[in-house]
Structure formats: structure tokens, C-alpha cells
Design a protein around this ligand. Structure first.
Ligand SMILES: [Zn+2]
Ligand SMILES: [Zn+2]
Ligand SMILES: [Zn+2]
Ligand SMILES: [Zn+2]
Length: 560
């Protein structure tokens, strides 16, 4: 690449805002051989995310065995959809839909044709016994409605959890057990209603604490026990107050929630949730090195413009979800489980040397393929010799390079989902009109039911201890969106075990509440708010947020 390209500022071809391509960006583009992007990092992220439906599910039929299944594809989508067992069966393969590459037509047009023909899998729950209703997930056991998660057991209604056991309503957690309604927690046991805690146990309503045990309503504490609202109590006093809080009742929890919200409102926060980070910026990071503009990133190094970059991801750029020993991944979504050398991949796992592919597994040397398993040297789902593969894939690369397209993610219209079904709408909310105007799809199919409630919350005993329902028969009504929802048996047993009152919001509203609390995956340049400190930093707290934001040094002085 020419030296003159260094630290170039360009206008984004999409949002028209200026963005910088930095020197190390160019070295990465050079290494993987792609064109520098012509849209800014946020527009790139929005486009990628619009290709992933994580948790908007529908009932439809498997087009092979005709069983009713839960699927991320609404019944009106123009695709053939198989249930998990049918899709991963050996009696068919994506290669049955092979196309001959023709240099007379644009490659992406041919890819689109293939994409429409190859059957889709209803939900992706790899190697996950007893976990039928999990998606974009692998290696889970007895889990229900968990998404983007690996190596968990007995966990329910959770998002982005890794190596957890018995957690409910938890997001972005790793190595947690018996955790409830918590976000961004690591290595913790029996932690409830908490955020950004590490190594904590048997505690409620905790924020930014480390190594705390038996605490309630604390913030910014390290290695403390029997603290309530950041004050020390004896064990006996602590137990007495805890009992009086009635945390086994809905009222008790909500009272404490409100008091806690008030208590932490004037406590300083660190500019970013980071622990053991070196030469990195972003938010929600732990044990990372050389990670720039990364959000939710742990045990990883040398990554840039990434979200969910974790468990030994190295050398990735522009990825949304890359983890479990992956390297050299560019502009991809869900590049997991021993992937390497991927350019523009969507949900390809255990693959290497893959360009412009979707839903391929355990395969190498693929270009423009969809839904292949255990294949090598395939283009548009057709088998070639190693030599032919090289010649034709170079031809396609050249075509894309001529149009300055090589390295750009798939065009918007190739997404299998409506914008409102994807996390793009969480990070970059658009109305239906705006989305369509921008060229995204939209899904109008209704989900869920109303007016079918069998029980009112006021008719349930106030303590979960006395609540003895035949839970699988009951239908609840969400207090926020009025949709019906159910509580499954294992979830009910979890609430009983932890003395947690039944939730009054549907799982969807519970998820949305946690996501909103995390803030956006964006950075603002701001100043430390401690008097007399002039330190500056990149933070996800936008300038109009009410929180008091400190730099690392000032924050450390505040932590007990
Ligand atoms: Zn832009
Ligand atoms: Zn089937
Ligand atoms: Zn709801
Ligand atoms: Zn400061």
C-alpha cells in the first residue's frame, strides 16, 4: 500500500461523516489483501449486524420432516428451512445446489442466487443436548432461550454467556454460577441484580465490585464482606437487615432497586469497564492487549473495531463476534471456534481460508459458499481441484477488486432478515420507513399473543417461598408490553432455590432493559470530571449522560 495513505481521513460513503483510516488499519488491509473500506466503522457495524437474527423467533414447519419448529426465519420468508436435525443430517448438503461460476455475471449476483436456494437451519445450536431453543450457540447442555453463548449448563433466558451454570436472565457473563438478572459479570457465584462485578458471591445489587461476599447494594468495593450500601456491618446485623429487606417478594426487590439507584447516582464511575487491559480502548474489556475500539472483549489481543471479541481471538478487524481461538478474521459476523483467515464471513465456524460465505461449518478453502459442511476447495458450492480453486477464486477477487468491493461486506439486500429482527436495530434504531429508505428489509410478522393470561400477579402469594403453582399451566401478562409469557419449570425451580420473586416482565422486555443499561457501542472523547484533573479518555458515556465519570487514576482513589 502507498505510504501516502497513512492516517487518511475520508468521508463515509454512507453517512457522509468523516472517518480516519489509521496506519495500522492499512497494515491489516495489506496483510489480508483487501481494499480499505469506504464507509465508517459504525456504518460497517450496522451493515454487519443487519445480517444476524439472534433472538426473534417464530413457529413454522421444517420443510423436510414437516415437524413444527422454532425458527429465526418467519414463515413468510422465501427460504427452505430445515430443523436442526434435518439440516445437519447426512442425506443432503449445500453442494446439492452448486452453481457454475460465470465470469459474465457479477459474482455477488450469483452468490445471491445460491443464497436463496440453499436450505437454512431453523436455529443454530451446535452440539447442545437438551437445548433445542438456543440460537447461534454451541456446546451447551440443558439450556433454554440462550443466544450467542457457548459451553453453558442449565441456563435460561440469557444472552452472551460463556462457561456459566445455572444462570437466568443474565447477559455478557463468563464463568458465573447461580447468577440472576446481572450483566457483565465474571467468575461469580450467586450474584443477583448486579453489573460489572468480578469474583463476587452471594450478593445483591452490586456495581463495579471485586472479590466481595455477602454484600447488598454496594458500588466500587474491593474484597469486602457484610457491607450494605457501602457500609460495614457485623454478620448478625447483616443477616437481620437482609431478612427485613424481603428479597423473596417483588415489593422488597423493587424497593431495594429504587433505593440502590438513588444511592449510586452520585457515585463516580470509571470511564470504561476495564480490567487488566494494555494499550486498548473501548468498553467492557478484561485481560486484553492492543484492542482498539472494541466492546465486550476479553482474553484477546490485536483486535480493532470489534464487538464480542473473546476467548483467544487474535488479529481481527471489523468483527461482530469472534471467539474461541480465531485469528485473521476481517469484516465478519459470528466467526467462532478455531476459525482463521476469514474475509466477509457470516456464521462460519471451524473454517479457514474462507471468503464471502454464510453458514459454513468445518470447511476450508471456500469462496462464495452457503451452508456447506466438511468441504474443501468449493466455489459457489461447487467442488474444484486445488489448482482450479486458485484460478477461479483469483478471478472473482479481481472482479471484486476492479469494483473496489473486495473486503466490503455483503450488500444490504442479501440479508435474510428484516432490520427489526436484528441487533442492528438495538445499536442503530430506525423506524420502518427509515430502514426501507436506507435499503434494509423489514419484517411485519407478529409474534407472541395477548389477552391469554391465566393468572394475575396480585393473586400470587407475596413470597416466592409460598408460591406453589403448576407453573407450566400458567400464562402471565408482561407489565410493560402486555404480551403473554410463560415461566418454564426449571426457571421456576431456580427462582424458588434463590428466593427470587417471579418476574413481571416478559423475557424480551427483561433483555431490552439490560441492553439499554449497557450503553451504546460507541466512544466519545471526554475529560475526567474529578476536580483539578485534566486527564482525557475515550468513553461510552455520551456527554449528556448524568453519571460522574473519572479517569483510571481518579477512580482508583475512590475505590475502597
Ligand atoms: Zn458512516
Ligand atoms: Zn426436520
Ligand atoms: Zn414485555
Ligand atoms: Zn482524573
Amino acid at each position: 500500500m502507498d505510504k501516502e495513505y497513512k492516517n487518511l481521513v475520508l468521508g463515509c460513503q454512507n453517512c457522509k461523516k468523516d472517518f480516519a483510516i489509521e496506519t495500522d488499519d492499512f497494515s491489516f488491509y495489506e496483510k489480508v489483501g483487501v481494499f480499505p473500506p469506504d464507509i465508517c466503522p459504525l456504518c460497517r457495524a450496522q451493515l454487519r449486524l443487519s445480517f444476524r437474527n439472534e433472538r426473534v423467533f417464530y413457529k413454522r414447519q421444517c420443510d423436510k420432516c414437516k415437524k413444527d419448529v422454532v425458527s429465526m426465519y418467519s414463515p413468510n420468508k422465501p427460504f427452505v428451512v430445515y430443523c436442526y436435525d434435518c439440516w445437519f443430517a447426512d442425506d443432503w448438503g449445500g453442494e446439492d445446489f452448486a452453481l457454475d461460476y460465470s465470469s459474465d455475471r457479477p459474482f455477488l449476483e450469483q452468490f445471491e442466487e445460491l443464497l436463496k436456494k440453499v436450505p437454512k437451519v431453523a436455529l443454530i445450536s451446535m452440539r447442545s443436548p437438551g437445548s433445542e431453543y438456543t440460537n447461534i450457540s454451541a456446546d451447551n447442555k440443558n439450556c433454554y432461550m440462550i443466544v450467542e453463548s457457548s459451553n453453558n449448563e442449565n441456563s435460561i433466558n440469557s444472552y452472551w454467556i460463556q462457561e456459566c451454570r445455572d444462570v437466568v436472565d443474565t447477559s455478557f457473563a463468563s464463568k458465573c454460577e447461580l447468577t440472576y438478572e446481572s450483566d457483565d459479570c465474571y467468575n461469580s457465584y450467586q450474584l443477583l441484580y448486579s453489573k460489572s462485578c468480578h469474583d463476587c458471591s452471594t450478593s445483591y445489587f452490586m456495581t463495579n465490585c471485586r472479590g466481595c461476599t455477602d454484600c447488598i447494594g454496594c458500588i466500587n468495593l474491593i474484597n469486602k464482606s457484610h457491607y450494605i450500601f457501602n457500609e460495614q456491618y457485623t454478620r448478625e446485623e447483616y443477616e437481620k437487615i437482609k431478612t427485613e429487606l424481603n428479597l423473596d417478594t417483588y415489593k422488597g426487590v423493587e424497593n431495594l432497586r429504587n433505593k440502590y439507584k438513588e444511592f449510586i447516582s452520585n457515585k463516580p464511575r470509571k470511564f470504561a469497564e476495564t480490567l487488566k487491559t494494555l494499550n486498548s480502548n473501548g468498553n467492557y474489556m478484561k485481560n486484553v492487549k492492543n484492542c482498539q475500539s472494541c466492546f465486550h472483549c476479553y482474553d484477546s489481543e490485536d483486535n480493532k473495531y470489534g464487538v464480542h471479541i473473546w476467548r483467544n481471538a487474535k488479529n481481527t478487524m471489523d468483527c461482530d463476534t469472534a471467539g474461541r481461538n480465531v485469528s485473521l478474521i476481517y469484516n465478519s459476523i459470528n466467526a467462532g471456534i478455531d476459525n482463521s483467515n476469514i474475509i466477509c464471513g457470516a456464521v462460519c465456524w471451524t473454517c479457514s481460508f474462507v471468503d464471502y460465505c454464510m453458514y459454513c461449518f468445518n470447511s476450508n478453502n471456500l469462496f462464495g459458499c452457503v451452508g456447506l459442511r466438511k468441504k474443501n476447495y468449493f466455489i459457489l458450492n461447487k467442488q474444484y481441484s486445488k489448482e482450479e480453486f486458485k484460478v477461479i477464486s483469483e478471478k472473482i477477487k479481481n472482479e471484486l477488486k476492479e469494483n473496489k468491493n473486495y473486503g466490503n461486506f455483503f450488500p444490504k439486500n442479501l440479508s435474510c432478515f428484516g432490520y427489526n429482527e436484528t441487533p442492528a436495530n438495538e445499536q442503530f434504531p430506525l423506524s420502518k420507513e427509515e430502514a426501507i429508505k436506507k435499503g434494509f428489509g423489514w419484517e411485519d410478522t407478529d409474534r407472541g399473543t395477548y389477552n391469554k393470561g391465566t393468572i394475575k400477579f396480585d393473586d400470587i402469594p407475596i413470597s416466592i417461598k409460598e408460591t406453589n403453582l403448576d407453573i407450566i399451566k400458567e400464562i402471565f401478562v408482561c407489565e410493560s408490553c402486555n404480551k403473554n409469557f410463560k415461566v418454564i419449570q426449571d426457571e421456576f425451580l431456580f427462582y424458588k432455590k434463590l428466593n427470587v420473586p417471579l418476574p413481571r416482565l416478559c423475557p424480551e422486555c427483561r433483555h431490552n432493559k439490560r441492553i439499554q443499561l449497557r450503553g451504546p457501542n460507541k466512544l466519545w472523547h471526554r475529560k475526567c470530571m474529578h476536580e483539578g484533573c485534566n486527564n482525557e479518555f475515550e468513553t461510552s458515556y455520551s456527554p449528556d449522560r448524568p453519571e460522574i465519570i473519572y479517569c483510571e487514576r481518579c477512580y482508583q482513589q475512590e475505590v475502597y
